[in-house]
Ligand binder design. Sequence first.
Ligand code: NHW
Length: 399
Amino acid sequence: LDQQGNNPKKSYAFWETQPVAQFNEEAGSSTSVADGPIDATKTVADVRQEPYNLPDSFVWSTCDVNDTKTVEEVYQLLTMNYVEDDEAMFRFNYSQEFLQWALQPPGYQEDWVLGVRVSSSGKLVAFITGVPATVRVKGKEVSMVEINFLCVHKKLRSKRLAPVLIKEITRRVNLRGIWQAAYTAGVVLPKPVATAQYWHRSLNPKKLISVGFSRLAPRMTLARTLKLFKLPEEPQTPGLRPLTKQDVPQVTELLREYLSTYELAPVFTEEEVLHYLMPVEGVIETHVVEGKDGKLTDMLSFYTLPSTVIGNPTYKTLNAAFMYYTVAKETPLHQLMTDALILASTGGHDVFNALDIFENAKFLKDLKFGIGDGRLRYYLYNWRVKQELEAAQVGLVLL
Ligand code: NHW
C-alpha cells in the first residue's frame, strides 16, 4: 500500500473498463495524459437508447422521493443496507427529509433517482442517484453530476449489480448531455483525485464512549473528559444569526469568492445557495455574521446525518453534525468553528465531523477534534487530473 492506503497492483474488472484515471497510467508517456476528458467527445445521439439489462426478475424503477410511500422505501433500504464503519458498529441513517433535500436541488432530474425492484414483489433492493452541479477542477468549470447513495441490499451483494447501476445512471446522465461526474467513497477505486481524512469532535463524550464511538483516553476520568470537551452555552460571535432568504445574494458572493481559491470546488448559483444552505430543521443549519453596516462577513454551516448504533440496548442512534461550507472572512476561523460546535451541541448533536479539506487543518487539533479511522476518497468520472490534489486544495463537500 502507498501512503494514501492505495494498492496500485489490485485489479478492477469493472473500473478498468471505465473512463476513469487508472493507477498504472504513469507508466506511459507523461505528456500524452493531460488534464481533461478521457473519452472521445460524444453527442446525445450516440447514447444508447435502451436501459441496460438487469438480471431476470429485477426491474428498473425511477423513485419519486416526494411520494411518501416511495421515500419511505428508499429510507428503509438505506437505513438497513447503506454505509457502515469497518467494525460494523454504526450505519448511516439519512432521514427522509434529508433525502428529499439532497436529491432535489435546482435542475434535478427525476430519472436520476434510480432504483431496482424485484419484479414479483416490487421490493426496492438497489439504488443510485445523481444531481447536477457545476464543479471547477484546476481552473476549468465542468458541468457534472454528483453521484451518491449507491446501495445494494445485503442479500444481493457481490453479484455485480453495482456496475449495472453505474452504467445505467451514466446512460441517463449522458442522455441529458452531461459527460462528467464527481463522487466520493471510503473504498479505493481507480483513481482518487484527492484523499481526505475524517476528524471527530466530541460534543456528548459520555454517550460517545457508551456506544463505543470513542474511548476514555489513558489516565483520563469521565469527569475530566467532560470538562475537556465542555463548550460555552452560546455562540460568541456578535452578529451571528440564522441565514435568511434575503441573505442569499450576499452569501452566494461570499461563497463563490472563497471557493474560487480551491482546485476542486462547486460553482454555486444563487438558486443553489438558496437550496443547499437555507436552514431545514433537522437537515441543514446555516448561520451568517452580520456586520454593523448590514454586510455579511462570514458564514458557517453543517448538516445532520445520524447513524444507527448497531445492536446497542441503550442508544438507537448517534446524532452527528457534518461540517458543510464555512467562510471566515473577518471572524477568525477558530472562533467561527467554535460557534459551529456550540450550535451543533445545543442542537442535540453528539459529535461534529469534519474532513481535513479547506483550511480545516488549521483548527482541527486546537478545537479538540480527534483523527478518525475513515478516509474519504474524491473521484471524477471521465475527467483526468494528472497531479493528485492535496486535501487542503479540495473545497467540495458531497452529502
Ligand atoms: S460511496 C457509498 C457506497 N455505498 C455503500 O458503501 C453502501 C454499502 N455497500 C453496498 O451497498 C458514495 C455495496 O457494497 C455496493 C457495491 C453497492 C457499494 N463506488 O455489485 P458488486 C456513493 O454512493 C465496485 C463505486 O458485485 P457489491 C458513490 C467494486 O470495486 N464502485 O459489489 C457511488 C467492483 O468493481 P471492480 C464501487 O458490494 C459512486 C464492483 O463495484 C463501490 O454488491 C459510483 C463490484 O460490484 C463504490 N462505493 O455492491 C460511481 N463499491 O472494478 C459513479 C464497490 O473492482 C460513477 N464498487 O470489479 C459516475 C457515474 C455517472 C457518470 C456520468 C457522466
